[in-house]
Ligand binder design. Structure first.
Ligand SMILES: [Zn+2]
Length: 253
């Protein structure tokens, strides 16, 4: 993979338009489909309803967010209601997150978050646009990247280093069980998984119970947080994300 942008396409005047063309052109020329491994992604027309790219082999759509420098806890996205509807209908695209270095016009990191890592709990509405705005009342949203477990950030390029393609495809494949979960079950599973990401490689059930208050804030209607925690640990164990060693001790695989 060539990590440098193709400066020939940089004839656009506005900085954001230029960045968009540079980064999307880079993806079409260099990336592959992390879902099926197909070597080619096709660019979709601007403002296509499904995303920015599509894989002609498995028809997976991809949307891309790019940023000069590293991504922080949240990423701006577009229409809130459309995003929520797509997540609930399981028609949302996978997201590519591309961070670049503007002075050298090169890619620093490039990762995919598969669509099955999205649930309503990580989408935050923004304030509606003011009455004077052209699209008055329009509500955008933010994706809370910090609420996505590390396993949902599958790096194709990490700190300027291309990752082994087979390893990328395997990591992607290992997360596909999430597609089978209902959206509400997925929310619980990913919230608990994200808590576990914050624990050491070996931990106890009580370590996870320590997140009870935090989880209660996210799921205020639920009176049985500890039961829910144990249920998610069971799923993660069945899917070989965790190993159980008895006496409430777990380790990450
Ligand atoms: Zn594909």
């Amino acid at each position: 993979m060539n990590l440098l942008f193709d400066a020939d396409v940089s004839r656009y005047h506005s900085l954001s338009q230029r960045a968009r063309v540079l980064t999307e052109t880079w993806t079409v020329k260099n990336s592959y489909c992390p879902r099926c491994g197909n070597r080619v992604l096709e660019h979709l027309p601007n403002n296509a309803p499904v995303g920015d790219f599509i894989c002609p082999a498995c028809h997976a759509p991809y949307e891309q967010k790019s940023k000069n420098g590293d991504f922080t806890a949240t990423v701006l996205a577009s229409n809130y209601q459309k995003m929520m509807d797509a997540i609930r209908n399981k028609t949302n695209p996978d997201f590519f997150f591309l961070s670049y270095d503007a002075p050298t016009l090169s890619v620093k990191s490039f990762f995919v978050t598969p669509r099955h890592f999205f649930h309503p709990g990580i989408i935050i509405p923004r304030k509606p646009l003011r009455a004077a705005a052209r699209r008055a009342g329009w509500v955008g949203c933010q994706i809370q990247l910090s609420e996505i477990p590390y396993n949902g950030r599958i790096f194709i390029i990490k700190n300027g280093m291309e990752q082994e393609k087979d390893f990328v495809l395997k990591q992607y494949h290992d997360t596909l069980f999430l597609e089978q979960q209902s959206i509400s079950a997925r929310g619980w599973l990913l919230d608990v998984w994200n808590c576990i990401n914050q624990l050491p490689a070996t931990f106890t059930l009580n370590d996870v119970y320590a997140f009870e208050q935090q989880l209660r804030k996210k799921h205020p209607a639920n009176q049985h947080i500890k039961d829910k925690i144990r249920q998610q640990l069971q799923v993660l164990r069945d899917k070989n994300i965790l190993q159980f060693h008895g006496n409430g001790v777990y380790s990450k695989t």
